[in-house]
Design a binder for this molecule. Sequence first.
Ligand code: NAP
Length: 475
Amino acid sequence: MAPFQNLIGGQWVAGVDTAPNINPSDTGDIIGHYARGDASSVDAAVEAARAAFPGWAWASPQLRHDVLEGAAARILARKDELGRLLSREEGKTLAEGIGEVTRAAQIFRFFAGEALRLTGDVVQSVRPGVEAFVEREPLGVVGLITPWNFPIAIPVWKAAPALAYGNCVILKPADLTPGCAWEIASILKEAGCPDGVFNLVMGRGSNVGARMVEHPGIDAISFTGSVATGRRIGLQCMEAGKKVQMEMGGKNPMVVLDDADLDVAVGACVNGAFYSTGQRCTASSRLIVTDRIHDAFLDKLTAATTALRVGDALDPATQIGPVVDQSQLEQNLRYVELAREEGCDVIGGESLDGQGYFQRPAIFAGATNALRSSREEIFGPCASVIRVADYDAALATANDTDFGLSAGICTTSLKHASHFRRHAQAGMVMVNLPTAGVDYHVPFGGRKGSSYGAREQGSYAREFYTHVKTSYVAP
Ligand code: NAP
């Protein structure tokens, strides 16, 4: 099969080499060979994007709407096939893969509408006879750097608003999962996206990503990934005067109070901690449980977790797919060992035989919030269970973290639910719902070490992808 190439200025072009895209459920299954670009590929993409920018920025919003709507329709028409590709390259189950692809179509459709809805304000000036206009303009060329864990949803939730508000785009997807990104590029081209408006440069972060961050022809960077990489990129962008937005890690708490519905709590915790193999920035990795319900909760959680079927992502019976690759699996196993050394009673967590990177979900029972295994993001199917005395201790423990992405509570008390909603130090709060699983038309993001800059998704996305211009006009 011919290698999948980069899209630069509307042309499919080779990179400097190629990399195999390997199925984590079956390492003998090569999905395809994908181009890896380098700094010169980024330079060419920037040149194409800059040339395309004036035309796209001043195009009728009808064109921008039609391109995004066309992409949505094409994705929906192919959702089963694309969902299969996603599950094959990333390892989430087929149901999760098809769900993520459907989400990508919904996001394109939402932003197709947003392209037509961009409004400004006309304000009476304090100076007699003068009018003030507040309008939004595109930034120019934006660089999108994305992780492997949502290989279609995250590139789309950045690219759709960027394009809707008149920017040109250069996307660098994670090197581990280029397949869905290549499909997005191909679909946008088919949907009539003008040459140079959307460019795809696949390859390594240390090479392609680094050049995007330093290139003076890129006006803004939207990054999702780890804290370490994000902080480095953020500092470089600030130094260069580039607008930057960073979505990073999490160590999300799920509080379970004595008065919780036990089935609701266990369901939310199993889903939040282990679905998508725990590889979600919003995963519930600290289960903070009050004293009286703790033992019953742990028994039920253990039974539900040990019953989960781990296996090939494409097998319809599978509930937990593989870990994404060998190095992530090794990292997870090191944390399982660490939790044991730190005194936790570890339930599950072992790797499983097979042609893929399979691991049983791990419960770290008897944990405290001070342990490294309770404080550092693992990004795998591992959850600490932390016993606390009461609601006040639970809230304090939930907030005692360097992160602040999502926080959940399971309770039947309106008083505690309302208090938690106001006092949880997180960008998103869930009541009687898993910490992971969000809508696409409302803001997404966190605080503390999890996020920096404007919110993503919904109409709030325009805060990042537009400049605000204020004009004063005298007659
Ligand atoms: P990562 O290692 O930080 O990589 C993210 C992206 O940055 C990849 O495309 C990577 O390229 C690129 N990159 C690496 N070094 C770079 C550099 N020096 N300059 C420019 N780009 C560079 O993160 P990951 O392992 O893919 O993803 C897992 C992390 O993402 C977790 O921490 C998770 O919590 C976080 N995440 C956060 C959110 C959120 O919205 N808060 C959502 C999903 C995931 P390569 O392909 O070469 O690695």
